[in-house]
Design a protein around this ligand. Structure first.
Ligand code: BGC
Length: 346
């Protein structure tokens, strides 16, 4: 009898169910979609971060105040050959998926971490991707495709920014190196939290060749080395960096930092060494943070970088308005406090 009043106190109504995107993983194609731990808070400031790697392109929406992923984390294999046209199309698809899932407007900026030197949005080097990227105006091309503000930066720089703001580098003064170990070896240097961009220490010469040929995570697999043997090569690279820069701290990032116990105890630098905390999400998070900062700078300086056909108004949209107090961030200028969301397109 469902219409009888209950004799005991009614049970608390069930918590409203949040719709979460379905997980889909198709290992054969290498396409992965991991749902977010939590959807965005109402009023959260969000940017989209994309991390281009030698084997995969990953992307998600990022809460700029917490550094957490708030959308499905998408990963698709890097197109082969990884020409600019093919990768730009892949990035565009990922951005559109995130945009749709979170119902984001065109005012939400996109950051892209790219595995090469990037000067003013133009890619200058391409060690582990198609050589057609050299001198490719990536930012301009992506802005045309996506019709929104896009910032392209070096992938290690992006990962370093994320670790300094939300991870292992929080509050670390002096000089800190983030070393990312993936298809190549990336490096990012911070002085009192400020990034010195485009450091390419994966390409310093050790034993007559590019250091990353021995120290990258892919080098261990390619050369069939044990963790112990590879740790010796990585240690040699870190010691060479230490001899020149004398950092206070090394943060070791990239997917391999999940296996820190396998190699970190064998590293012998004078500087402290810690594993990264954001693991494989650092590149996504950091590029989103940098995109948000650059978009804000461009809005303030009048150089919107937004295509003219998408002129902006001064009305902020719900997705770009911050309602929460910024979290304190140490180790450099507070990105959150520094950022003003760009205005909505008409
Ligand atoms: C590239 C760097 C990049 C690193 C990690 C190196 O081969 O030259 O720019 O940061 O790989 O992807």
């Amino acid at each position: 009898m469902t219409d009888e009043p209950p004799e005991t106190a009614p049970a608390a109504p069930p918590a409203p169910r949040r719709r979460r995107p379905a997980t889909s993983t198709t290992p054969a194609s290498g396409v992965k979609a991991v749902p977010p731990v939590a959807p965005p808070e109402p009023g959260a400031r969000i940017a989209i971060g994309i991390d281009v790697g030698g084997s995969g392109v990953k992307g998600a929406g990022v809460d700029l105040d917490t550094g957490k992923l708030v959308s499905t984390r998408h990963r698709v294999p890097t197109p082969q050959p990884s020409t600019p046209d093919a990768v730009v199309a892949t990035i565009s698809r990922l951005v559109k998926r995130v945009e749709k899932e979170l119902a984001l407007g065109r005012d939400v900026p996109v950051g892209v971490g790219f595995p090469g030197v990037v000067l003013d949005g133009t890619v200058k080097t391409a060690a582990n991707v198609d050589p057609g990227w050299a001198d490719y105006p990536a930012e301009e091309a992506l802005r045309r495709w996506l019709k929104r503000h896009v910032t392209v930066v070096n992938d290690a720089d992006a990962a370093g920014v994320a670790e300094m703001r939300f991870g292992a580098g929080r509050g670390e003064p002096g000089s800190v190196f983030l070393i990312t170990l993936g298809t190549g070896t990336g490096s990012a240097l911070f002085w009192n939290g400020t990034l010195v961009p485009n450091l390419e220490l994966g390409h310093m010469e050790i034993r007559g060749r590019d250091a990353e040929r021995r120290s990258a995570a892919a080098a261990r697999v390619r050369r069939g080395l044990s963790w112990k043997a590879w740790a010796l090569d990585l240690d040699e690279h870190l010691l060479a960096i230490e001899k020149l820069f004398w950092p206070n701290l090394f943060i070791i990032g990239g997917g391999v930092s999940k296996r820190a116990d396998k190699f970190m105890p064998r590293l012998t630098t004078r500087a402290r060494i810690v594993p990264a905390q954001l693991l494989n999400d650092a590149g996504i998070v950091g590029s989103a943070v940098l995109a948000s900062e650059r978009a804000a700078e461009a809005t303030t300086s009048g150089d919107g970088g937004t295509p003219p056909e998408r002129a902006v108004t001064s009305e902020p949209t719900a997705s770009s308005v911050r309602k929460r107090a910024p979290k304190a961030s140490a180790g450099g200028p507070d990105p959150v406090a520094a950022v003003q969301a760009p205005a909505a397109p008409t």
